[in-house]
Design a protein around this ligand. Structure first.
Ligand code: UD1
Ligand code: CA
Length: 454
């Protein structure tokens, strides 16, 4: 295209009636992110100088969901058609730029297709696709030599035009000077009483300008979400494509159809992932990490050779190299485990650091604790970190042994090499290297069980 500057307008004012939801359509999530976020990400990848989003249904809910992005927001109060939507954006378009028009409900856009379209376009260019069933779409009308003449909307099309399989994806590139002029000439004299953006094609042709076109063969990349079945279908496409990328990069997936990545999953070499796992936010799996079935892992770093066993939940935590976690373990925010730590079934860890080779293998709660090296935390141990108002820390020094069913009433410290007898309720610090026992001495009495009264 002639001018260098690129504006991107994202049309996102539609209600999405067939979603049957109070949430504006573009805020529904695909791979854990709003549909519109996917489109904004594409716009950023295309290095847009300005991103304009036309919003409408749902009011400020849409802009409020994207305060983290640099967007020019334009409200379209009434949805009178795609041409009307662009008319609202027109005052914000740069004079010396070209505009790429994207749709807020088409999340799997291909960057390559957009770049191709932009580079082919002089005044106006269309991204089109051939559909086996083109019903509902605007048809691309070409003359005998294949030159684009017009787009005719389905409802306005003749029987002959309805036989055309090539349709408008809604994505276009256009020179701003022309665009502003054409938009001012739109009317709504058509079957739907809408201002059709697609009418600008015939206007360009009438002026003797060539309308460029890029035909994509990747249908999913131009598919819009109109309903929950559409959303579910595109989610599967996204997940499958992502799984294939992981496989190609050398990750072993037990089943590429049974992994969900809702964010960024970074994998080293020889990573294995069993079925049913969900990864959210940013998750890093270092070389040789193995993830068992049905784990949910969010914003976490798992270091070399660690093994995460079935049904483990990890959220905002770090797992050290060669550690073994689970099955059924729960690592909550602020968990930082060093190398070779073992966290077993039904053990919950929160806001705690655990140094190398320490173990908590069964049924424990470790919250707000600092645990040294080679500590053994017995089954049923609980850090009583909360007094009903404030949180307090528990410190367990290296090589301590915490007997089963111990309560550590924080703030409290267990000294290096200390042993706590089973069933200890520790309310004062335990000295290093000694055995501390707080339970009553065991006694045995002659005693008769009560008998039932008649
Ligand atoms: C439009 C095209 C059609 C194309 C189809 C692809 C026109 C007239 N028709 O159809 O050629 O095949 O897309 O899906 O452009 N929107 C607004 N404001 C409005 C109307 C729509 O922001 O007033 C937005 C919607 O939120 C949506 C997009 O524009 O993201 C397309 O609107 P939609 O109603 O789905 O498409 P059609 O107009 O039916
Ligand atoms: Ca549509």
């Amino acid at each position: 295209m002639a001018a260098n500057k690129l504006n991107i307008v994202i049309l996102a004012a539609g209600k999405g009636t067939r979603m049957y939801s109070n949430t504006p359509k573009v805020l529904h999530k695909l791979a854990g992110q709003p549909l519109l976020q996917h489109v904004i990400n594409a716009a950023k990848q295309l290095k847009a100088d300005k991103i304009i989003v036309v919003y409408g249904f749902g009011g400020d809910a849409v802009p409020q969901a994207f305060t983290h992005e640099q967007i020019t927001w334009v409200e379209q109060k009434e949805q009178l058609g795609t041409g009307h939507a662009m008319l609202q954006a027109a005052p914000y378009l740069d004079g010396d730029a070209n505009t790429l028009i994207l749709l807020g409900d088409v999340p799997l856009i291909s960057i390559e297709n957009c770049q191709q379209l932009i580079s082919k376009t002089q005044a106006l260019g269309l991204l089109t696709v051939n559909k086996a069933n083109p019903t509902g779409y605007g048809r691309i009308v070409r003359d005998a030599s294949g030159v684009v003449q017009a787009i005719v909307e389905h409802k306005d099309a003749s029987e002959a035009q309805r036989q055309i399989n090539e349709v408008n994806t809604g994505m276009m590139a256009v020179n701003n000077g022309h665009l502003k002029q054409w938009l001012s000439q739109l009317n709504n004299q058509n079957a739907q009483g809408e201002y059709y953006l697609t009418d600008i094609v015939a206007m360009a042709v009438k002026q003797g300008l060539t309308v460029a076109s890029e035909i994509t063969n990747d249908e999913a990349s131009v598919e819009g979400v109109n309903s929950k079945p559409d959303l579910a279908a595109l989610e599967r496409v996204y997940q499958r494509r992502n799984a294939d990328k992981l496989l190609l990069a050398g990750v072993t997936l037990a089943d590429p159809a049974r992994i969900d990545v809702r964010g960024e999953l970074i994998c080293g070499q020889d990573v294995k992932i069993d079925v049913g796992c969900i990864f959210e936010g940013k998750v890093t799996l270092a070389d040789g990490v193995s993830i068992g079935p049905y784990c949910v892992i969010r914003d976490a770093q798992i270091d070399q050779g660690a093994v995460i066993q079935a049904y483990t939940h990890i959220d905002q935590a770090k797992v050290g190299a060669k550690s073994i976690i689970g099955p059924y373990a729960r690592l909550r925010p602020g968990t930082d485990l060093s190398e070779e730590v073992h966290i077993g079934n039904f053990v919950e860890v929160k806001n705690s650091q655990i140094a190398s080779q320490s173990k908590a293998n069964h049924l424990a709660y470790i919250g707000d604790a600092t645990i040294g090296k080679k500590v053994n935390v017995g089954a049923g141990t609980i850090t009583c970190n909360y007094d009903g108002v404030n949180k307090h820390r528990t410190v367990i020094e290296d090589e301590a042994f915490i007997g089963s069913d111990t309560q550590l009433v924080a703030p409290v410290t267990v000294g290096k090499g200390a042993t706590l007898g089973a069933g200890t309720t520790l309310t004062k610090d335990a000295p290093p290297n000694q055995l501390t026992v707080t339970r009553a001495k065991q006694i045995s009495l002659n005693w008769q069980r009560p008998v039932k009264k008649k």
